[in-house]
Design a protein around this ligand. Structure first.
Ligand code: RFL
Ligand code: PHB
Length: 390
């Protein structure tokens, strides 16, 4: 098979790029290791930057998001027995975020690829990129007993943190930066009315908690747990009791509980791989960088990579201009590191660290007191949360 761009990974990054390129007549093939059902069973992000929402519309995938997603102009931080609101709209120059689940967004992208006749190959096993520094790279994969080959101009590694793309960059070229946090998030999805119309991030001595939502009948809650905990250890009753303990009394009192329809633990990690380009391989999304979910940046950083790559590939194929491809790694990394900084700050501000001393806790309280006494600090938080410009 011959194509222009071979995309490895059918998560939101790969699908969005595939759709955007297709709409401009740039032929591409997408290889996904798992089945569509498997990909759509993952419950992950919920908050989209306004710039990402715009990109979804440009990809002709924004209709359901605009109909069913919720525009949020602020969120709460519960701390020290009180709740303070961050006014995103006021402090970011009129911007907001869209609350719309990654699962729904991925479903919309798959439907768009079906509608426009996209080449999406599922259950592609043993995907391997080859000859990445030549002008004729190719990718092989196995289907049953057959080895298939895709010849292309460029390979896009959008295969997540555990994918093969990043690993095909030689060790002496790739520099990896990593910070692993000593806790994880236990997440529960439940068919219950959300406790608050806007998200609540809660700092509490017992650990962080987050009240989020997917719709007015579907709630998503998280609590910080030790890395040694397992999902089996947490009954629904134990989860609700612990969540309520970490929230202000009046919020806990109006919490509607119910059976969990999904429950999982995600470890928290910060990770960046540099460079994001090697020869004709370009990394995008979780394949190149991971953030702890506290700042809601992960999926959004993936979207900004795709924005840069899409425009770089357009300039190459439409005008023979390679400057976007040349600058991709530096440009994407500059924004990625800002998302890293913001996610690290939010995580450090709101979590209880097992090795923290009294001094650290005082600093967290002071940081929060400063935040809500300073318009400049709230402006900084708001501009990062709604998404820095691409
Ligand atoms: P994905 O979604 O991991 O998709 C990669 C795809 O590649 C496939 N793959 C392969 N395909 C072929 N060959 C191989 N060898 C392959 N190896 C892997 C995989 O099957 C998969 O389908 O990466 P992508 O597309 O870059 O998207 C990134 C986002 O999924 C991720 O950043 C977010 O989910 C992070 N995240 C959040 N981001 C936000 O912006 N806002 C949020 O509110 C938010 N909340 C979260 C989150 C992540 C969480 N977890 C579980 C880590 C909340 C949580 C709890
Ligand atoms: C979510 O709804 O899953 C979510 C929202 C905000 C975050 C992280 C996760 O910061």
């Amino acid at each position: 098979m011959k194509t222009k761009v071979c995309i490895i990974g059918g998560g939101p990054s790969g699908l969005l790029l595939s759709q955007l390129l297709h709409l401009k007549g740039i032929d591409n093939v997408l290889l996904e290791k798992h089945s569509r059902e498997y990909v759509l069973a993952r419950i992950r992000a919920g908050v989209l930057e306004h710039g990402f929402a715009k990109l979804m519309r440009e990809a002709q995938c924004g209709e359901r998001m605009d109909r069913e997603g919720e525009i949020h102009e602020g969120f709460f931080i519960a701390h020290d027995g009180r709740m303070d609101r961050v006014d995103l709209h006021k402090y970011s120059g009129g911007n907001s975020v869209v609350v719309y689940g990654q699962t729904e967004l991925t479903k919309d992208l798959y439907e768009a690829r079906d509608r426009t006749g996209g080449q999406v190959i599922h259950n592609a096993e043993d995907v391997k990129p080859h000859d990445l520094t030549s002008s004729t790279p190719y990718v092989t994969y196995r289907r049953g007993d057959d080895i298939e080959r895709v010849d292309c101009d460029y390979v896009i590694g959008a295969d997540g943190f555990h994918g093969v793309s990043r690993k095909s960059i030689p060790k002496d070229v790739l520099k990896e930066y990593e910070k692993v946090y000593p806790f994880g998030w236990l997440g529960v999805l439940s068919r219950t009315k959300p406790v608050s119309p806007e998200l609540i991030y809660a700092r509490h001595e017992r650990g962080f908690a987050l009240c989020s939502l997917r719709s007015q009948v579907l709630s998503r809650y998280y609590i910080q747990v030790p890395l040694t905990d397992t999902v089996e250890q947490w009954s629904d009753d134990a989860f609700w009791a612990e969540l309520k303990r970490r929230l202000p009394d009046e919020v806990a009192a109006r919490m509607v509980t119910g059976p969990s329809i999904e429950k999982s633990i995600a470890p928290l990690r910060s990770f960046v791989a540099e460079p994001m380009r090697w020869g004709n391989l370009f990394l995008a999304g979780d394949a190149a960088h991971i953030v702890p979910p506290t700042g809601a940046r992960g999926l959004n950083s993936a979207a900004s990579d795709i924005y840069y790559l899409y425009h770089a590939l357009l300039a190459h194929y439409q005008q023979g201009d390679d400057s976007g491809l040349e600058n991709y790694s530096a440009k994407a990394l500059a924004r990625v590191w800002k998302a890293q900084r913001f996610s690290w700050w939010m995580t450090t501000l709101l979590h209880t660290f097992p090795d923290s001393i009294e001094y650290d806790r005082k600093l967290q309280q002071t940081d929060l007191a400063y935040l809500f006494s300073s318009e400049a600090a709230q402006r900084s938080l708001a501009e990062n949360y709604v998404g820095l410009p691409f």
